[in-house]
Design a protein around this ligand. Structure first.
Ligand code: HEC
Ligand code: HEC
Ligand code: HEC
Ligand code: HEC
Ligand code: HEC
Ligand code: HEC
Ligand code: HEC
Ligand code: HEC
Length: 421
């Protein structure tokens, strides 16, 4: 009996060993041909840690395709393939906000009214929102529409086929997505003292050990892959702030996000907000993230200083919300008085930010949308990222200008309606 087990065990080991060799041999076949087919891709791989550790093409893409005519049989690896060897990073990633990128994109009504190329095709919204492990249903939908790539979000920060750690540690790895219209964190960071110091350090003008926080230092500390902040993107919060006027203004914003109906009752969109973790839902959840951030600032600043700087950001949300709510109410009144008609694709006769520029033809609502999505965000994003110019000239100042424009446009619309009566 004992002999049998020894024999069995030995055979098993031989089998595993042989399959290892077979696998390495298979990898050589892939590389042999791909040196001619995609030479620089192979060079990339050769410079990677994967190459040093015999993680060859076949490990990630399978071995069904081995000839020029069978490339359609190559498998595109999703995050689960990476998880087989990098479970820790995978688990951290799935607990963070990035894991909701694809889901929150698809939860918006606008997404399904726009060209597929810009969504599933990855040329617009879908280009940055290819973040998060996709469900079987989400993958099926992609395949059915003929989109076979973009199955993996790990290569968004350490790009294939170098899969480099150094690349992901550089703030430029975040740049492609965290820039532009509604979240110019790269631009704000790059020209802030934090970013300038980082660049001078890289150029050798500041000592190697000079203190200069990167995006990663503040948002993915100690090598974690879990990212989350207190206010989040939308800058709204449940429970509402204690200040009465502020709570009222945030309620108005939540109505324009369609999370509350015009009467203030929760809608089905509240479930989306909850399931994609769009805002922190309890005071504790919010405080946990705020405390984590202060602990990071404290590595270089005093706690009093850091706390004060972040509170200025909170206060700028409050002040921006005052302007925002006033503008929303002006447009909501136009709906109420029948001066702006409810578009067929709207649920309520009320401005709806989640239709972006496809607002049903009312220009005033486009101005309102821009005030929310572009200027309000910049006002507090600029403060949180220590960038005075973004906070004022690209944030607060155009907010006041947009409010003026909304007032003027509303006057005009009311005037026109009176004449037509
Ligand atoms: C005899 C040559 C040859 C061998 C061997 C070979 N490939 Fe390919 N492979 C190709 C060609 C040709 C293409 C198509 C390139 C194109 O579309 O321009 C391709 C495409 C691919 C693609 C991209 C498929 C897509 O949908 O874009 C992957 C991934 C791939 N090969 C992986 C592998 C792996 C893994 C192996 C080894 C198990 C392998 N290849 C072996 C020639 C080869
Ligand atoms: C560690 C895993 C891993 C290894 C090893 C690997 N790949 Fe890939 N490869 C990926 C990922 C991830 C993608 C992107 C998948 C997607 O977007 O759906 C990809 C995509 C591709 C593509 C299609 C996209 C493009 O840019 O053209 C080709 C071709 C390809 N790999 C070839 C190879 C070859 C050849 C090798 C070996 C030299 C190799 N891969 C090794 C993970 C790997
Ligand atoms: C079969 C196991 C295996 C698979 C599958 C695998 N890796 Fe790796 N990976 C490794 C090994 C081994 C190393 C080297 C570890 C070391 O040197 O500490 C590594 C290193 C890395 C590194 C660090 C590189 C550096 O510069 O230090 C990254 C990033 C990485 N892998 C990402 C990925 C991604 C993304 C995928 C999926 C597309 C993937 N890996 C799939 C085994 C694997
Ligand atoms: C340039 C890359 C990029 C494009 C293009 C893009 N997004 Fe985003 N999106 C992001 C980033 C980055 C965030 C997180 C920003 C933040 O927290 O400040 C985000 C946040 C979001 C959120 C909020 C998620 C949350 O939890 O707060 C939604 C919803 C969203 N985007 C939908 C869309 C839609 C719909 C489109 C296209 C009309 C789009 N995005 C286009 C990068 C992009
Ligand atoms: C938002 C950007 C980002 C994404 C997306 C991302 N990573 Fe990373 N990854 C990083 C950063 C930053 C580091 C360097 C951490 C550090 O400084 O130790 C890193 C490091 C790694 C390492 C090297 C760990 C070590 O200490 O050697 C591995 C392995 C890795 N990531 C795997 C993955 C896998 C698997 C995924 C997908 C589930 C993934 N990463 C997605 C940013 C990212
Ligand atoms: C491929 C595009 C992409 C890249 C690259 C990327 N992100 Fe993101 N990031 C997103 C998207 C999309 C979201 C919004 C996710 C959602 O819908 O919840 C986001 C959200 C965030 C958030 C907001 C968390 C919250 O609580 O709302 C932080 C912080 C963040 N990313 C940091 C980073 C850092 C740091 C890097 C670089 C190491 C990085 N991201 C790289 C697309 C990207
Ligand atoms: C010095 C630390 C620090 C650095 C460096 C930093 N951030 Fe932030 N970031 C913050 C703070 C603080 C907040 C606001 C947190 C809160 O909601 O209380 C924030 C918020 C965010 C958010 C959520 C929306 C917003 O802007 O309020 C995203 C996304 C983000 N940062 C991405 C980035 C990216 C990408 C970089 C690099 C280009 C970066 N951050 C650099 C501290 C930092
Ligand atoms: C790795 C070190 C480091 C971390 C972490 C860090 N800072 Fe800084 N910060 C600095 C340095 C150094 C300066 C430049 C100081 C100066 O202007 O003399 C600076 C400048 C600033 C400035 C601009 C001050 C001015 O005079 O213009 C603000 C605001 C700021 N930090 C806030 C924060 C906040 C808030 C956090 C946490 C979210 C934080 N910092 C995290 C190192 C850091």
């Amino acid at each position: 009996m004992k002999k049998f087990f020894v024999f069995f065990f030995a055979s098993l080991m031989t089998l595993l060993f042989m399959s290892g060799i077979a696998s390495a041999e298979e990898g050589k076949v892939c590389i042999g041909c791909h040196k001619a087919v995609t030479p620089l891709l192979v060079k990339d791989w050769q410079s990677s840690k994967h190459s040093d550790n015999d993680v060859a093409c076949n490990i990630c893409h399978g071995s069904e395709h081995k000839s020029r005519k069978t490339s359609h049989l190559a498998r595109m690896p999703d995050e689960n393939t990476c998880a087989e060897c990098h479970e820790e990073q995978f688990n951290q990633f799935t607990k963070g906000k990035h894991n909701f990128g694809w889901t929150s994109l698809n939860a918006l009504p606008i997404t399904h009214m726009e060209p597929d190329e810009l969504m599933e095709g990855g040329k617009g919204c879908g280009g940055c929102h290819n973040m998060g492990v996709k469900s079987e249903a989400q993958k099926k939908e992609l395949r059915e529409k003929g989109y076979t790539y973009r199955t993996n979000s790990c290569d968004e920060c350490h790009t294939r086929h170098t899969f480099s750690k150094k690349e992901a540690q550089d703030p430029k790895a975040c740049r492609t997505c965290h820039m532009g219209f509604d979240h110019p964190q790269w631009e704000m960071y790059e020209s802030s003292k934090h970013g300038v110091r980082y660049q001078l350090k890289e150029m050798g003008r500041l000592p190697k050990d000079a203190a200069a926080p990167t995006c990663q230092f503040c948002h993915l500390p100690d090598g974690t892959h879990t990212n989350k902040v207190a206010w989040g993107f939308l800058g709204v919060r449940l429970p509402l702030p204690k200040d009465k006027q502020w709570a009222k203004d945030q309620t108005t914003i939540l109505k324009a996000l369609g999370v509350l109906d015009p009467e203030g009752k929760p809608t089905a969109r509240l479930d989306i907000v909850k399931s994609a973790d769009l805002t922190r839902l309890t005071e504790d959840d919010w405080q946990v993230e705020r405390k984590k951030m202060i602990k990071i600032c404290k590595k270089c600043h005093s706690e009093k200083y850091a706390r004060g700087e972040l509170e200025k950001g909170d206060q700028m949300i409050r002040k921006a919300d005052r302007l925002m709510a006033e503008a929303i109410n002006i447009v909501a009144d136009l709906y109420k008085d029948g001066i702006v008609k409810k578009p067929a694709h709207y649920t309520y006769a009320y401005p709806d930010f989640l239709h972006f520029y496809q607002t049903g033809g009312s220009y005033i609502e486009q101005v309102l949308f821009k005030m929310y999505m572009k200027y309000r965000m910049r006002t507090y994003q600029g403060v949180f990222h220590a960038n005075p110019d973004y906070a004022y000239w690209y944030g607060w100042a155009p907010m006041t200008k947009a409010l003026d424009e909304v007032k003027k446009l509303a006057e005009g619309l009311r005037c026109k309606a009176n004449i037509q009566q």
